[in-house]
Design a protein. Structure first.
Lengths: 425, 425
């Protein structure tokens, strides 16, 4: 087998054979295929595509590059969720303990943020003492005792994906549906969950800017999961506007706790419940009542136990940024647009996100919104508050927000788009 | 400037700006842009193309990456030739001394072979004592004294191209017309020739398999040369059948000397004269008579002086392979097809070519043809002789020839295609 012939096959719009795919993934993981060869292949895949059978084999080869976990010994059915990433998307935080409170086991392996979308682990690390890194035994222990665990994926799961993802990140080859789908699904299938709900974001703040691309990504992933025996469902959800009223690490933890306490912004509550119902349904727990679990405090109880089991103090005050800057409305009228990408970049520049994998994040940094699309605003009144430990960043954050806020005359009709746009199963 | 945004521009079918091109070539040469990033960009260029202005700027940036030579001090006009490579293409050997004998100076910087096409330097190195590597001063000395020099290009010319060519070779990104054209022309323009004739091969044994691609490559290169003040002409010439009766290093030197002695195969003589006339014309020597220079021995005289000036002994016996194997005709009739690619791969496998840059070549190895398309052949009589020092390779060479020889019943009409198919100026 020869890597140049594999690259040429895809370059010339051919199908990769099973043998070519198995070989190239294995040889790349072993270092026999060089980074510059894999990046040329990734660009050819991005531009010329792969069919369903190629994507399935590519995913299987990445799973086969590492270990597989197994939750069959747990007394509860397992259900996991994956979001393709958005601005203010803190849903995993209330969702995992909520679904655990309803009887499923939630083995949530999460990542860190890169670019304008935040990472679940970064958010939870703003809780004093909380640890993302657990051994497999520790993870199983928390899962057994609490029913939910949120932690970093070990190095052993799909190492080919880990290497390929880092390469795609620096070679302009991230935005390829076959590669995104196989990257997500290889980790989720190797993780061993019995059912999986995918939250595929659509809009300015998401990877997928339009519904067609999101639909293709979602149905590709649902097909991959189903083929591997994982009950998989996808919701396409809106990401043109930030979720909730916060984008930032500690800011989002605070909002998540509000939801678990029975309050919180309506869109966050709605999406959390929609995903919880899908997870419980996929796990076969059709009679579970997640609304009740929010109301009666059992979801909050699971949250506190989950945080404590990983060394965190659920009662400790959350970090607060050293400096704040209030952005006021430039006009009086109806807020009709609040661009998710602009807010995401602003939060990132304030210190909530990182530009490179090695960068630290600020726990307290981010954007706090005082109005959402559809709300009346008054010129000179607060629209949002920017938080950071490094006030020299305010100017860059404000620059990112330029053009991201639209205010129209009072009386302008505004119709909110639904949160859940489509369901793909 | 950020390499990922440059890659994304081309990936998304945009135009690269002058600033993006200048920066990415310079940053790649300095090692700031990594190989895996450049190979992703090369694949995006291969699949999405570049327009004329982008190719011109890319070429200029590669020229600017190194030194430029200058032949203005020579008393004669300079003319150079470049062939895109074919099987049995030894034309440079008789052509350079022939054109020098007619009054032009020929600074022929050549390369080594890779894959199924031979390299001019490999061929000349089969002459005992001959040296390909000259200092710039030595090169100017031979050019001044003899009028023609064939030597290796120094490391100082277009180093960006050197690095990029090596990368393309291992990443399946060789076959991109913008990259081929800019690679060839950056070296030829940096070399400083006043006029240039391009021999763009078309057919099974060439890079360009069809006339449309060859035409596009030729006109792209003619435009680049003209824009840089080099009088540039291209001939599209056939490469479906090997040129002449030999493919191999010493074998082709022997045939070239036959041409210089006034003999040799008709197709080699025809193409040598056609290219010589174009070179002399482009150099402004419209009254030169290359046919006479072949007849009267002055071309041969320049050959002998050129070889001797680079340490070679023009009278020394050429190396001969240790083993031979005769391939006979399988039927009686008319030879209507002799595939250039099949013969090229056979010669390569016999040891005339190399698979990797570091590999040595055998001076005596190759294929000697006893018939050409249009000739009558008789079953059981010799069709070609294979030469090698390593007889275990005969089987692989014979395998390469399978399907490459077509014999039709006696009386079948055969019309030879012309050597020169088109002229582009």
């Amino acid at each position: 087998m020869d890597v140049i012939s594999v690259i040429r096959t895809k370059r010339d719009r051919g199908r990769l054979t099973d043998e070519q795919i198995d070989w190239v993934i294995d040889a790349y993981t072993r270092g026999e295929v060089a980074d510059e060869q894999m990046s040329a292949l990734a660009m050819a895949i991005l531009l010329n595509g792969m069919d369903r059978a190629e994507i399935a084999r590519w995913t299987a080869a990445m799973i086969a590059s590492g270990e597989r976990m197994d939750f069959a010994s747990l007394p509860r059915p397992t259900a996991d969720k994956h979001s393709t990433g958005g601005v203010g998307d803190k849903i995993t935080l209330p969702l995992a303990p909520l679904v655990a409170a309803c009887g499923a086991a939630v083995p949530q392996l999460s990542g860190r943020g890169l670019g304008h979308t935040g990472g679940t682990l970064d958010k939870l690390e703003s809780i004093p003492g909380w640890r993302a890194l657990l051994s497999n035994d520790e993870m199983m222990g928390v899962l057994r005792d609490v029913g939910a665990v949120i932690c970093a994926a070990g190095d052993g799961l799909a190492p080919a994906d880990k290497k390929l993802y880092a390469l795609r990140d620096v070679t302009g080859t991230v935005e390829a549906i076959p590669l995104i789908a196989s990257s997500i699904m290889s980790k989720k299938i190797a993780e061993g969950t019995g059912s999986l709900v995918l939250d595929v974001k659509v809009g300015s703040g998401a990877f997928m800017k339009n519904l067609d691309d999101a639909r293709e990504l979602a149905s590709t992933m649902v097909g991959l999961g189903t083929d591997h025996g994982v009950r998989t469902v996808a919701l396409l959800t809106g990401m043109s506007t930030p979720l909730g009223l916060t984008a930032g690490n500690a800011l989002e933890v605070r909002e998540s706790v509000e939801v678990l306490a029975g309050g919180g912004p309506a869109d966050v509550v709605e999406l959390t419940l929609a995903l919880a119902r899908e997870m419980l349904d996929a796990a076969g727990l059709k009679d579970a009542d997640p609304e009740k679990a929010l109301r009666d405090g059992s979801a909050m109880d699971h949250w506190r136990r989950m945080i404590a089991a990983q060394g965190g103090d659920p009662d400790a005050p959350l970090p607060v940024a050293r400096e704040r800057h209030v952005v006021t409305a430039s006009a009086t009228g109806v807020l009709t647009g609040l661009d998710a990408y602009a807010v995401g970049v602003a939060a990132w520049r304030l210190g909530a996100g990182r530009a490179r994998k090695e960068d630290p994040v600020q726990a307290g940094a981010g954007v706090e919104l005082h109005a959402k699309p559809g709300d009346q605003v008054t010129a000179g009144e607060p629209l949002m508050t920017l938080h950071t430990d490094t006030p020299e960043r305010f100017a860059y954050a404000i620059e990112a927000l330029e053009g991201g806020v639209t205010i129209e005359p009072a009386g302008t009709a505004y119709e909110a788009a639904p949160i859940v746009l489509e369901r793909i199963a």
